[in-house]
Design a protein around this ligand. Sequence first.
Ligand code: ZN
Length: 671
Amino acid sequence: MTIKSTLAGSALATAISANAMTSTNNIDKPFEYVVDRFADIEVLRYKVPGFEQLSLNQKKLVYYLTQAAIYGRDILWDQNNRYNLQLRPLLEAVYTNYNGSREDPQFKAFELYLKQVWFGNGIHHHYSMDKFIPGFDRSFLEGEVKKLPADKQPANLEDLMRVVFDPSFMAKKVNQAEGADLILTSATNLYEGVTQKEVEDYYAAIKDTTDLTPISYGLNARVAKVDGKVTEQTYHLGGLYSEAIAKIVENLEEAAKYAENDAQRKTIEALIKYYRSGDLKDFDTYSILWVDDTDSQVDFINGFIESYDDPLGMTGNWESIVNFKNLDASHRTEVISSNAQWFESHSPVDPRFRKDEVKGVTAKVITAAILAGDSYPATPIGINLPNANWIRATHGSKSVTIENITQAYDEASHGDGFNDEFVPDQQMRELMDKYLFLTDNLHTDLHECLGHASGRLLPGVDPDALKAYGSALEEARADLFALYYLADPKLIELGLIDSPEAYKAQYYKYILNGLMTQLMRIEPGKDVEEAHMRNRKLIAEWALEKGKADNVIEVYKADGKTYIRINDYEKLRDLFGQLLYEIQRIKSEGDYDAGCALVETYGVKVDPTLHKEILDRYAHLSIAPYKGFVNPVYTPVLGADGEIVDINISYGEGYMDQMLRYGRDYSTLGK
Ligand code: ZN
């Protein structure tokens, strides 16, 4: 499970974590965080402090893992839509072949479209899931395609033109609208020629509900109808995506040579075995080895992991993040995880749904070295894996906060005018300046390390019982756990925070975001669809309504603008506890109807008047609703005998250059 940045462009604290800025890097001008800006996107770069201090073996390990990461890119593109890998090379060829005026409005609109497609890893927006609308004419693109050499001319130009120019064709990557056939109305390539009912029947027939250690059904497979029969097409070496997986495996094999210890080597080898077999039991074996490897400094995820983009929440999008532990900042998460049982035992849920014994929640603060697949360019700021409930219950989970990413967000947002516009109370602004960076990071720690890891299902409850609402409710559960404990004196006792007021900065921002400011990411007339956004809206709207009698949260107008005020922070904390109680019950009992009602009532529908106001207010600020990152470039330095004597890291690559380079050097599928 992942946590995403709660709000692009929120002015976070001015304080910078002490450990984040001390590294050297090989550029002498001030670090430029902002790389590019287009449409609703701002592209940043991030530093990798501490990379130079790794040993040569660790650097080589990181290097080969980053290669294994980038080589998986095409898998995600193809998962997202079956035309993506035909369109991308075509668009890139048109772009590089173009020799007309760069100021031509048609060309400029084309360039914008290409930037958007790159950012979305395909023709749909990474967050709203809507297909991008081109601002150039079909005749422009057709004319430019005709100028390409014969070997770059697509055989199915007519189909591709329809994909680009017919807005109703494959309009939505993932549809979550209640009542529709979620598979037939979604444009993802995780299913082909099957209805939602056929897929549900298929899995109902093969799922062994008495198995206490079930595989993650459907995690690494496309489901298609072959000769009239519903069939799983497994992603593995020799199966679907074999060419990409071969490159991943090749680089994992290199990486294994530089493993820091036996446990890590075995983990990498288990992952290779799984990529070869496609057997989900092998994936579980790998996941257990991975979660048990807590001694290594370098770590990674690489595979089919999160299922947010599957309308049925089963198939994992391919992704990879390579990282290493930030030893100083990890003290914070170590304190939290070593007290995990205390938090679990005091959590405001029905004791029947608590874990009697919290197993090995390990949490650390990490420095990302590469972002890839579904974590690139838009990336999570925290991750908690593995996702399989039974592995979490018996082996625990690893939870991370990616602090060089949160730090880049924070640095890039200074002075963006957000607080001036949305936080009228000077005292609150000061509190946010002082404590928001810390409480944001603590929120992520608590969400990932304790929230997702807390609670248990009643025996026999299907982990997928909440279906399309499962992701939003799971995120709400983890957020509520974090919110509830942010206000707990225990955090002061543990030395994690030095003020009993600090949590108020986080509460204020959370409610402001859930009720108002996150709407800036939604297009007029649209509903809230993404799981993390639904969760925040659900929590904020529910607390607003349930606290009405006591005026806990006040929504008021001044000079025609809407603001919020929190009148009773203690009662708000109590409300968070009550909602956590209910959502834990829903999850533990698999109460689909109650889960559906909660999400649909509080998490989906947007007030059009308020929405318009928010969009107007944002339009006056220069804040992009979404942010993402370019990666640093790692280059082996060779010695006299051709052996690697160092790995150089550089940060100067621009957004388009990186995308074109990845397209040129790391294409593995398609054609
Ligand atoms: Zn989460």
